[in-house]
Structure formats: C-alpha cells, structure tokens
Ligand binder design. Structure first.
Ligand code: PMP
Length: 445
C-alpha cells in the first residue's frame, strides 16, 4: 500500500509536506473520534478529517441514510430537474441559516462555493445598474480555496503567488491578527478601538464606486493560522458593507455547522451576509457537498431565461447530489437528536482551561480559541514574539511527535490546530490536549 501511495498518488501540497509524506499513514477505517491505519494503529482525529467530520467517523445513522439513498437514487441532475433530497435539504438549510438568506445554490467543494458567491456578487452589481462595481475586498491571511476565483480573493501569498498573472485584481485589507497586529504593534485589539475596521472603512470609502463585494471568513481565519477576530469585527464589516453598498460574502466553509459553538458564525454575531458559502461540515465529511446561500434580493436580479444574459451561468454536474444531500439531512437530524450544540459549552470551557495551562509552556506564544476551534502559536521567543523559521518545521515536528501519543494533528506553519469532531467526549478531549502539551514540550523544550 505504501508503495502504491508513494508511486501513484499526487498528494495536495506535496512539496510543502515532502518529508511528512515519508511517513504517510494509510487510513483504512474510522470509528467515532478515531481513525485507524493499515497497521491497525488508532489515532484520535484532532482535525476532524480536515474540519469536516462534525459527528466523528462512521456514525451509524448517517451510514444508514447513505445506504438507503444509494438504493433509491444515486444521482440525478438539478439542471432542468430536481430531486427530493436536494429540495428537503435546501429548506432545512434556510431554516437554520441567518435570517434573510432565502435561496440555496449547490456545488461540491468550498472553493467553488466561494467562487460562486464572487460570480453572483459581480453579476448582481452589473444587473442592477452598478456597472462600475467590479472589484472585491479581500483580507490578509484569508484562505478561500484553490480555484482561480477563490485564490484571487485569498490573502496567503504562498498559496497563490505562483499563479499571480492568472488572478483578477482585488483590494487587500489588513485583517485583525491581534497577536501580530499590523496596525498597532504594541496595542492589543480590545483597547485599540478596532483599527482594522477604521482602515477597512478608509479603503471602502475610497473604492466604494468600484467595489462589488467583500469576502470574509467570519470569526476565525482558518488556514491563515486559526486567527480569531476581536468582538465587533464581523458586525462592523456588515455595517461598512451596508454603508458603501458592497455585498458581504461570508465564507463559512470552515466555521459553519457548529464550529464556533453556534450553527453559523454570522448567526452568532447577529449578522446576515448577502451571500454565504458553506461546505465541509455540511455533509459531516461524508460526501463532497457545498452550497452558496443568498437573499431574495440578490436572487431576484437573476430572472433571465437560459438565452438571456441575466441567467446565472453556473452549474456543476454533481450539484445537489442526492446521496450527499441525504448525508447532510442525516447530519442535521443528529444535531437535533444529540443536542450537539447544547452540549458544546462544557467542551469549549475545557479547551479554554487547557489552553490557559499551555501558556505556561516556554515556546507557546499565543493561544486563541473560538468555540471548538483553537490555534496554539509556537514562537522561538515569547517576549519578542520572534517566530520560528519555517525551515525548522516546528509545527510539523510537533504533529509527528503527537502520533506517538496516538493523535493525528496537522499544523498551519507554527500553529498547532485543535479542530476535533464536535462529538468528541470530554475524556477524549483530555487525551487530545494532554498529547498536544506533551508533544509541544518534547519538541520545543
Ligand atoms: N474556505 C475556507 C474558509 C476553507 O477553510 C477552505 C478549505 N480549507 C475552503 C474555503 C476551500 O474548500 P475546499 O477545500 O473544499 O475547496
């Protein structure tokens, strides 16, 4: 198996994790919070299969829903037809989404869900007489995916600089990163009066005439390093979008479906974006599924028939796949029957306690948390906040060390990520946090 893997498989971001691949685990089974490799070793899944498996692995109820659906209808199309699962799920999604979102456009991965949002916003402005409004605000440290459109609105150079000539022009805004604030290096964000919002307002005022939309990961920038935004930021962004007539596109691909402790991060902030992209947790990690939700106001600008330019020219083959939608419906049922969100606060508190303890470790510079997401930033020197050089691969080394403790983790540079299944038990969380602490100590001390 290992030979097939190394000989035939092209892994994502290979060059970035080359030496990690030397020890690739081949996962053959999943069970609750654990993944099991081809040698029978069990690992607690600290990243929920890249931020998807809200109910852990192989949940019986979802397995059964998927099996039943396979026997009924495996695929159809939403182009000129509908299917029962896609329609039922659309209704359920609108019921739980921030109020005001009214329409669901399906796709099958997070990058595309964002890209669809960008296309919608662009075309909406064109069709409502704002033909000058063609540009987008993007944030530093933002990650929205790997397609050309979603890269264009991203803010992490390493992911897209090689493709720069292919990307469309945007306006980049500083994002709040309180530990390394680009605007007030000494201040902390809670007393700085949200300088990042002030800077955003300056940019939006200057460019309002040409701005179609703004793309934001609300509450937490995930791939940027689990960077938690200060209170009031998301609401402030919403207000600025209203003031300057800019469509707010919220990328809830990572933070949606309970991650922040609420169903959606925007909902937690009392904000309704104009467009919301969701994926990952939507089908609980079972099948590729994504959706872009929007308001009736946006939808109503797209009334054209196929031959007319007002049509939204977008439609994927696997859009609204009934097996994926069946998994998503079963997952939403489990949110209710397991009372998943109601049971999160004690887990969130537990993570918070353990993060406080981690601040005693010499090379832990910053710990940040929003609900069931945490980032632990490792630094060479905690007083100067000097980072480790990327070549030292401290994050990767900690995650490899964690395997010896029976954990599977993935770092984001020097940030250790805590992103377990929402269904994780308190005992399992203790194992996770013990293993993280021990691994950080053994690599850095
Ligand atoms: N947006 C965010 C916030 C993400 O975290 C990700 C994936 N990590 C994406 C978009 C892209 O999703 P996908 O990998 O499914 O294309």
């Amino acid at each position: 198996l290992r030979r097939y893997d190394s000989e035939y498989l092209w892994h994502p971001f290979t060059q970035m994790s080359e030496w990690e691949n030397a020890e690739n685990l081949i996962i053959t089974r999943g069970e609750g919070s654990y993944i099991i490799d081809s040698d029978g070793n069990r690992y607690l899944d600290g990243v929920a299969a890249i931020w998807t498996n809200v109910h852990g692995h192989c949940r019986r109820e979802i397995n059964e829903a998927v099996k039943e659906q396979v026997d009924r209808l495996e695929h159809s199309t939403l182009l000129g037809l509908s299917n029962d699962r896609a329609a039922l799920l659309a209704k359920r999604l609108i019921d739980i989404a921030p109020p005001g979102l009214a329409k669901v456009f399906y796709s099958d991965n997070g990058s595309t869900a964002v890209e669809i949002g960008v296309k919608m916003a662009f075309q909406y402005q064109q069709q409502t007489g704002n033909t000058q409004k063609q540009k987008f605000i993007r944030f530093d440290n933002a990650y929205h995916g790997d397609t050309v459109g979603s890269m264009s609105v991203g803010g992490i150079a390493i992911y897209h600089e090689v493709y720069a000539p292919l990307l469309f022009p945007t306006i980049k805004a500083p994002s709040p990163y309180c530990y390394r604030c680009p605007l007030s290096p000494e201040g902390d964000c809670h007393s700085c009066g949200l300088l990042c919002l002030q800077e955003l307002e300056r940019l939006m005022k200057e460019h309002a005439h040409e701005l179609a939309g703004l793309v934001i990961e609300p509450s937490v920038q995930g791939a940027g390093g689990m960077i938690v935004q200060p209170p009031g930021f998301v609401k402030g962004v919403r207000e600025l979008c209203d003031r300057y007539d800019v469509l707010m596109i919220a990328d809830e691909v990572a933070v949606g479906f309970g991650r922040t402790g609420a169903m959606f991060a925007c909902g937690k902030e009392g904000v309704t974006p104009d467009i919301m992209a969701i994926s990952k947790g939507i089908s609980a990690g079972y099948l590729p599924l994504a959706a872009t939700l929007t308001t009736r106001k946006v939808y109503d600008a797209f009334w054209g028939a196929y031959s007319e330019l007002k049509t939204f020219f977008h439609g994927h083959t696997f859009t609204g796949n009934p097996i994926a939608c069946a998994a998503a419906l079963a997952s939403l049922d489990l949110f209710e029957t397991d009372r998943l969100l109601e049971r999160l606060p004690e887990k969130i508190d537990y993570i918070q306690d353990r993060l406080q303890r981690l601040m005693e470790v010499t090379h832990v510079g910053d710990v940040r948390q929003e609900g069931m997401i945490a980032g632990i930033e490792l630094v060479r020197d905690r007083h100067s906040r000097e980072p480790y050089h990327w070549e030292e691969r401290v994050g990767v080394r900690v995650c490899l060390e964690a395997r010896k403790h029976g954990l599977f983790l993935r770092p984001l540079g020097n940030v250790i990520v805590v992103f377990p299944p929402l269904s994780i038990s308190l005992d399992e969380l203790a194992i996770l946090m013990d293993g993280i602490e021990a691994s950080i100590r053994s690599v850095t001390e």
